[in-house]
Design a protein around this ligand. Structure first.
Ligand code: HSE
Length: 415
């Protein structure tokens, strides 16, 4: 019997406690392990809860109890979660977390500490909710070079974009629904401004490169400026809007660089990633030699995320700690990332009607070419796509030449 503690009895922590209780028999049958929740750390009381008697408010009861060998951190946020995770590791307890903010901001230090202490720090549930994504990258695809990765990694944004596209809903209404369903972060700005998707991409990039990529190194755009007209334009072109976390690997000689970007992009309605609707996530990985892999599943919610936590718990307990298995990230090398301005892009630009074609061509000369498309909002606006691909920096400078009152929006096209 493995005694565990759960720190944070919210949506995911509650899901972990539920699975430990409800799936006890099948867990034992399949993995040979059984988990007993000895403590649940939370500052709130939970009268009537089946495990109300295990709630503690003092974290020391966990760290000082030699019977507890594994701690689940589902507190979210950084401050207390960071301190308690360090203390749990210092007390030589394995830590399994769903906290992407903490892993992306302090992952290197926490992995180093876990390694020094001879325990594991695992974070499958931090990226892609219930999708077994990190274990796939770490183990199943270990013999591959990851060439590119495109991920729909924020369930809240995908839920909102799906509602804008298919139910003609307003942004605020869709966000309220996502919050009510328990998908959104405590501060939903982290979802709609793309920070959550950026943190997840930072974790993936750190795993892929083996070097710690802080989220601040990534150019991140969210969806709070997107409206129904964008979804309408997308649909008129047979496309859909998705918030995509993108990783591109560029090799020249011995040098490997990564291009990282989070942005709302237009994807073909037939594209593999369009399988992800509502809160679902999907990740397409292109790797050598395996080629394309598509992973799909629920990216948020109590039980899917708790399922990933349980997967990590089983993995940690099934493996004796060995030096070979202790994951570590080194410092990021200076030119490892391709600067945002140098990343290549194709884009669709929405512009208010009124400029003559001569003016348009002269303002947008820097694009190096574009194609005018028919807009569903004809008479009100023009839409054009850049052709050929160009650098982000050049796109930005071309757009800055447009009179401000005519510019509506740039949306990238998934290449
Ligand atoms: N707020 C996150 C999302 C939760 O919507 O995807 C899962 O990480």
């Amino acid at each position: 019997m493995i005694k565990i503690a759960i720190m944070g009895y919210g949506v995911v922590g509650g899901g972990v406690a539920y699975l430990c209780r409800e799936k006890r028999e099948s867990l034992e049958r399949k993995s040979g392990l059984s988990f007993s929740v000895k403590y649940i750390l939370d500052q709130k009381a939970f009268p009537g809860d089946p495990w109300a008697d295990r709630i503690v408010t003092d974290p020391d009861s966990i760290f000082e109890d030699p019977e507890v060998s594994l701690v689940v951190e589902t507190m979210g946020g950084i401050t207390a979660a960071y301190e308690y995770t360090k203390r749990a590791l210092l007390a030589k307890k394995h830590v399994v977390t769903s906290n992407k903010e903490l892993v992306s901001h302090h992952g290197k230090e926490l992995l180093d500490l876990a390694y020094r202490q001879g325990v594991y720090y695992r974070y499958e549930a931090a990226v892609g909710g219930g999708i077994p994504l990190l274990v796939t990258l770490r183990e199943a695809l270990a013999a591959n070079d990851i060439l590119r990765l495109d991920g729909i990694l924020n369930g809240t944004c995908n839920y909102i974009l799906t509602k804008l596209s298919y139910e003609d809903m307003r942004f605020d209404e869709a966000l309220t629904q996502a919050q009510r369903l328990g998908y959104a972060e405590r501060n939903p700005e982290a979802d709609v401004e793309g920070l959550d998707a950026g943190r997840k991409l930072a974790i993936l990039a750190s795993m892929v490169s083996g070097e710690w990529v802080h989220p601040e190194k990534i150019h991140i755009e969210g969806i709070s400026h997107i409206d129904r007209e964008d979804a309408e334009v997308a649909a008129s072109l047979g496309k859909e809007l998705k918030l995509v976390s993108m990783l591109r690997t560029k090799k020249s000689g011995d040098k490997t660089q990564y291009g990282l970007l989070v942005a709302p992009v237009l994807i073909d309605s037939e594209h593999n990633l369009s399988i992800a609707q509502g809160v679902y996530n999907a990740v397409q990985i292109t790797a050598d030699p395996v080629e394309d892999i598509l992973l799909y599943g629920p990216g948020a919610g109590a039980l899917p995320t708790a399922s990933a936590v349980l997967g990590d718990m089983i993995e940690v307990c099934n493996h004796e700690w060995t030096e070979e298995r202790g994951e570590q990230w080194t410092d990021l090398k200076e030119d490892r990332l391709i600067a945002y301005g140098d990343q290549e892009v194709r884009a669709l630009i929405r512009i208010k009607s009124g400029l003559s074609s001569g003016d348009l061509s002269s303002h947008l000369r820097d694009l190096g070419g574009f194609e005018l498309l028919e807009s569903p909002l004809e008479g009100e606006e023009l839409i054009l796509t850049t052709n050929p691909k160009l650098r982000e920096g050049r796109l930005e400078s071309a757009i800055s030449e447009l009179p401000e009152e005519y510019f509506i929006r740039v949306l990238r096209l998934l290449d």
